[in-house]
Write a protein that binds this ligand. Sequence first.
Ligand SMILES: Cc1cc2nc3c(=O)[nH]c(=O)nc-3n(C[C@H](O)[C@H](O)[C@H](O)COP(=O)(O)OP(=O)(O)OC[C@H]3O[C@@H](n4cnc5c(N)ncnc54)[C@H](O)[C@@H]3O)c2cc1C
Ligand code: FES
Ligand code: FES
Length: 1331
Amino acid sequence: MGAGEEGSLLFFVNGKKVEDAKVDPEETLLYYLRNSLNLCGTKLGCGEGGCGACTVMVSHYKDGKVIHRAVNACLAPVMSVHLCAVTTIEGIGSTKTKLHKVQKVLVENHGSQCGFCTPGIVMSMYTLLRNNPVPTEHMIERALQGNLCRCTGYRPILQGFKMFTAEGNVHDEINNDIGSGVCALGDDCCKNKKNEETSTVPDVAQKSAYTPDDASQEPIFPPELKSANFRAPLILSGPRATWFRPNSLIDFLKLRMDHPESKVITGNTECGVETKFGGRFYPKLISPVAVPELNEITINESRIIAGASATLNEIDAELRAFRNENPSAKNQVADAIIEILRWFAGDQIRNVSAIGGNLMTASPISDLTPILMAAGATAKFAKFNNSDVPETNCVPIDASFFTGYRKTVMPETSALLEVSIPHNSENGFFRAYKQSKRKEDDIAIVNAAFLVDFEPESLVIKTFRASYGGVGPTTRLAKSADKFIGAEWNEKLLAEMSEALEKEFDLPANCPGGFVAYRKCLVTSFFFKFFLTVQQELSKKGLCDPNENSDVSDLDREPFESIQCADVQTTDAVGQSKKIISGGKQCTGEAVYLDDMPKLDGELYFGPVLSQRAHAKIKSVDFSAAEAVEGVAGHVWWKDVKGDNRINDEEYFRQEVVTSCGQIVAGILAVDEKIARRAAKLVKIEYEDISPVIVTIEDAIKHESYLPNAPRLRHNRGDPDKAFEEAEHKIESTVRMGGQEHFYFETQASYCIPIDNSDEFHIHSSCQNVAEGQHSAAHALGVPMNHIKFAVKRLGGGFGGKESRFQILSSAVAVAAQKFNRPVRCMLDRDEDMMYSGGRHAFLSNYKVGFDSSGKISSVSIMGYQNAGCSTDLSVGVLSRYIDHSINCYHFPNFRVVGHCMMTNTPSNTAFRGFGGPQGMLVAEDIISKVADYLKMPVEEVRQINFLKPGDRLPFGEDDKQILTDEHIIKDLYEKTDSSWNMAKRRAANDEFNKANKYKKRGVALVPTQFGIAFGLKFLNQGGALVQIYTDGSVLVAHGGVEMGQGLYTKMIQIASKELDIPVEKIHTLETSSTTVPNTSPTAASYSSDINGWAVKKACEELRERLSSIHETDPFITWEEKIKKAYFQRISLSATAFWKAPDVTWDPVARIGKRYNYYCYGACGADVEVDLLTGHHTIRDAEIMMDVGRSLNPAVDIGQVEGAFMQGVGLMTIEEELYSPTGRLLTRGPGAYKIPGFGDIPAKLKVSLYDKFSNRHGLYHSKGVGEPPLFMGAGVFYALRDAIRQVNTDKLLDWHSPATVERIRLSVGDALSTSAKSTTPATDAPWCVRR
Ligand SMILES: Cc1cc2nc3c(=O)[nH]c(=O)nc-3n(C[C@H](O)[C@H](O)[C@H](O)COP(=O)(O)OP(=O)(O)OC[C@H]3O[C@@H](n4cnc5c(N)ncnc54)[C@H](O)[C@@H]3O)c2cc1C
Ligand code: FES
Ligand code: FES
């Protein structure tokens, strides 16, 4: 290398200089920001570029321009920001000074709930505004493609950000702040000051050193970097790896020659994932970012030539500019690249990943290689040959380019120099297609590109290429196309080519990747789309007469619109749309989550050692290699548990046998996370497999694997067998609902600080259950509970996943802290969390239903099976709620439901928003749908005929006192929703559309819900509070509920504000702790506002009563004066209170007593469009009406409705956990497990709170809101069924959840799907199974 000296990493963070010669080149930018600079506002959500939580802005100066890019800090090597300016969330605004407009808009629009995703979303939007001060809506949606949020349902974020568009109302102000570069600080703005900072990274960095002097400023691009040579070379060696940044082609190629084992790194989006999750290690890393030839893009009349390191977004921008300046029929290859890049990852990835990286990864599902192959592109390789001119070699990117899985023809010591792509000819057509589980930011299941070139003015084919990804170990060029050269483009060709493709791309039933029939179906369906598109184009030229004019273009979503309606009927704080109290901190990155807590001296990191087998004996565990790593303090395992290693039917550390992958076997303790994780991977566990390994419910039924000691639960009313026998019509059927991963943004995390030589312990945990955390830690440590302070500040989401599954980890961490007598912390990586923590229970329900010709149901009997996973956890409670909700809102006069907990070798399933309710309601809705199918009646009519009405009894046993009264409002709510939704009109409009469209169908549905509120275990229906007033008049409210984004702390403060008659600003909540309120119930069951709110109310009433004597003597006294007086009069200013639900008397096993305190109702209308050829759909419109009683906080409640709705949409359409038949979770991160993204929300969304009814059982007449709206996702699920019903007219249509693209496409029942299914044999050894 020319300048071969070792140097320092130099970059700026938020305007301050960092120079570091000792940096470890293996570190990511995120690790460096969080651990070396203590900038913890940027979050780790996944570590694989799939969630956007880590987004920062990276700016560099090139060709006289400053270029700003949003980047995933979790994948960017810290070395990649050499000579760049990094802006983090801390750099743009602060609650202490001024929020940036983006932050303000989010706060004001309630766009942050748990807040863990928020800094990343802010930074994506901020970067967009730096580049485009007045963006279009489309630009905003594109900029957010790489960000996910699990809480909000996205609506408030998009709605808020729309204000920045030309039509919005804040862009003028924004222009002042951003566009024109004029800062609100005026002369004091940093831009008017010379940047004189020369600080270098201190040993232990103070966060303040890397935040701007005033947070309202826009950090300017540091002048020092403008004058620095961005192309300067660098070599930097760390403990294990060396980073090379050559600045000439020859130096780059010489390095490749000298170090054949080296890895070229461009965006690191592939290599970063390989090193983090694949255990790869590359000792020599070469970054060609400063090599001019590799970064050039040239587009001329005949070709597009992109240097290997040209990023995807740079290519996109150049192609768009070229196309706009040179409109031509020859731009179809360029158009296809632009279109495919729209669906290629998110902006953060496209901003850094390069065309060379994409091609050389040689991934069989690369989105660009099918295009390169079909277009006839070439790759130019270069090699050092001991001279100043490299040896180059051009090779076609064709069938011989990929020599095997992830292998190319490139010689070992060469490098890719450039890719050259010809335009299509004037007489040619080119299209590319991609189908993935989720439309945006997802890798392809199958992708394809097609080129056909015709003889002038004819249908005779001159060139014909079809290439496919996702159907083999490499991208493949279809041989079938060759034989059609010289043939005519007509129906005969369509039939013959389809048949040939089907044969050529026949996949074995156990093909890696799964989805076998679907993938085969996509091969022919894509070609069908292309064939018709070309035929339609040819007909426009008058060359043929297509017998098929129906639209086959891909679906696109209309611009987004939304309405929210709620009545506000209050003048005090309760009932007002108060903003969530830590919204500002969440939007500025100041909100502290567990892993953001400052590190203490001597602290150790717990590197988890998780079981890798689903069912096996542990024969031996060898820690020696791990303990030999420098920085490792030792290990912890079952022998170190001083208390009891067993808790219920689980163990903190697995001792002899593992019963699922992901169980904790041990922990490696080291001085930092990096070392702990690296060392943990070196622990050798010898296993002896135990047979059988049971994964699916069907396996468990076959092996009669019931959870030991779990009761079989049932409801029985009337004589369902007799009624079934006597029924006019009968159906026997099955419905399945798959599991769901919580995907809370903050993974499970715990931190334990031993006090007084391990006599006491302070445990901080990201959990929903303080009392259980305290209890289980005491149990493991062998100390009384009063020696443990267990506290929770806030959670980055929970959704039930942190109600019980946290305690194994938090107690294991505590055992380590006790053993080493040092603070110990652990936050699971996303893949570990998904393996360890379990999710929503999958259910299989077999049922019989009897009914008459009017649709009236007389008999229902259901046999339900739940996949409990490997331990009991909360499975019995979940089963109980499934049973209770399997009627949804319907009256089944003769009814039986029996439920079984099936034990499998998969992670223990647990609470998840809805807690079995949605799984039960799905059975009722399946029954209703199939009765409608059978009778050929509109499903809405069957629903209405069977609705429960006041006077009906619920089937909760003989003793059940719950006769429905006028509080039962489903009929009114349903009708009210319909009067706005107008099902009849929509159905008529859809009928028109469906008549005119053969390959796209629209469907519509209006689905009700009824959800019972109260804990299933009577003793949990209690809450406590401690309210303290200090002498300055400030009030501290403590209660038993945990804040996880649902706005609980805000609601509790509103209650205290109303009861004490003081502004909310005087009231604060610090944390939820075992030392303020003991023996708390978990924050769950949508009941926390009730149980804790009543307690807060009572405590405040008590204080008010005590203060009343002062008020009586001096009614005009201020609050502060009153408190001072009270203090001097020795009136106690601290009150505790306790509340228990008065009427809930339910015994869950005997199943007698009053089950629920009250019910919540709702209805959701949805209107969808389905592409029958791919299975893709869009939600055109959705309307939800939700009964929340008299809302405590309408904005918070609407946020809960929208978030739950989108989680329900995910559950029922996109999210699918896949396991290997040996019990390994295959979907272990956002790359493989898809939750809904911004692009999945309805184009139009209306949410209203039902305002007629006030709940006399509820706190201030309110109702719980967390879980009930989740089932509203079923509106979309059944609208999809309705769309498929337009083409699949089988007597009964099976409709299992989730209705994924695969299920939808294979349900169409056309020739292509039927053939793909019939040629895919059943196998005992599929690649994946659904548990
Ligand atoms: C969240 C996420 C989403 C993704 N979505 C998609 C998607 O939708 N579609 C898709 O196709 N891919 C996707 N990918 C995969 C990946 O991002 C792309 O393949 C990307 O283009 C890789 O480019 P890179 O520059 O980041 O590669 P890197 O990780 O830097 O390198 C990848 C490989 O290319 C080699 N390489 C790079 N340059 C050269 C060169 N000049 N000479 C020789 N070898 C070289 C490297 O040595 C390495 O082996 C996704 C990845 C992530 C993390
Ligand atoms: S943490 Fe980086 S994208 Fe998820
Ligand atoms: S607010 Fe987005 S993940 Fe919680």
